[in-house]
Design a protein around this ligand. Structure first.
Ligand code: NAP
Length: 297
């Protein structure tokens, strides 16, 4: 490229499947505009591998040829892209999932901005600065891994509950093996009434399952009729719909709650800052996301 930095036109994007309802183009357009930068954020729908392997190669060719400055990765490719990268940050390697791809020189690298985004949003929404809280994370997919990783790193005591107990056990074993430094050992439990009823009081309950999303709307990962852990703030990573059944029932039971919109905006802001080296306007990004959600909803 012959452009000077001042005249640069940034090219970012998102790969995943399906992508029709993604808010990311609007969020990043708002960030570019607020920073006074030129650019575009495109969607690159790639079917699950191996069917989508050819399309995924094309996306990576664009990164290598500098046609793209960086991309985000979403379901179902957060793990599948690991083998296509030249390197991973320590967090992405420990979590085993990448949602942020960027370039340094000729190297295409992967990071996980979901993890710090969750932590920052928990602090914003609940003021959870405590270094020794107790958390229960529901789910054992990529988002749950990011949540458990960042909470353990901050000194939390974490239990992870999954409908396939073996998936929770695998998550715990992987993080125990990969995480360096001193921390509490996480615990795996099955996601059912009997196990959840035995969970003692906790400070934080995080839904990192997809239960409550459009395909499973009107459902909750928390068993009906079971009391929530006493005193828990309830964070649902889902942001569409903005009020899941989990959020409604937890709030009705007197718990503080939040959906995952702040996390979505924060991971986008961290991506934007990595790609451009410029501060992202969270306020502009949040307004754009809320407006798009109102339009969809
Ligand atoms: P994923 O890797 O596909 O994991 C989904 C998890 O949900 C798996 O553990 C899955 O269990 C579990 N699950 C699905 N249906 C279930 C059911 N009926 N009962 C119990 N568990 C069920 O997806 P992900 O990337 O981790 O994302 C999980 C959620 O977090 C999604 O809603 C996603 O939109 C949200 N998220 C939000 C943000 C944000 O910025 N706000 C960022 C990342 C993710 P099985 O393995 O048994 O199917």
């Amino acid at each position: 490229m012959t452009e000077t930095r001042r005249e640069a036109v940034y090219r970012f994007g998102l790969t995943g499947w399906p992508l029709e309802h993604s808010l990311s183009p609007q969020i990043h357009a708002a960030a570019l505009q607020a920073a006074g930068l030129q650019g575009a954020y495109q969607l690159f729908p790639v079917p699950p591998l191996p069917e989508g392997a050819g399309k995924m190669r094309q996306v990576f060719d664009r990164l290598h040829s500098r046609e793209l400055d960086g991309i985000n990765v979403t379901i179902p490719h957060k793990q599948a892209v690991l083998g296509l990268l030249d390197g991973l940050t320590e967090a992405a390697a420990a979590i085993g999932a990448v949602n942020l791809i960027y370039r340094i020189g000729e190297r295409i690298l992967g990071d996980n901005s979901d993890a710090p985004a969750l932590l920052l949003d928990l602090e914003t929404r609940f003021g959870l600065e405590s270094q020794s809280g107790v958390a229960l994370v529901l789910g054992a997919g990529g988002a749950a891994r990011a949540a458990v990783y960042i909470l353990l790193q901050q000194g939390w005591q974490v239990s992870v509950a999954a409908r396939r107990f073996e998936a929770a056990q695998q998550l715990v074993a992987d993080l125990n093996r990969r995480m360096k430094g001193k921390r509490n050992d996480p615990t795996a439990i099955p996601l059912n009434s009997d196990s959840l009823a035995r969970v003692p009081a906790c400070d934080l309950l995080v839904n990192a399952t997809s239960v409550g999303m459009p395909l499973q709307v009107g459902k909750s990962p928390w068993p009906p009729g079971l009391q929530f852990p006493a005193g828990a703030c309830v964070y649902d990573m889902i942001y569409n719909p903005s009020e899941t059944l989990l959020i409604k029932t937890a709030r009705a039971a007197g718990h503080r709650t939040s959906n995952g919109l702040g996390m979505l905006v924060e991971q986008a802001a961290l991506s934007f800052e990595r790609w451009t080296g410029r501060a992202a306007s969270r306020q502009a990004m949040h307004s754009a996301a809320s407006l798009s959600l109102d339009t969809i909803g």
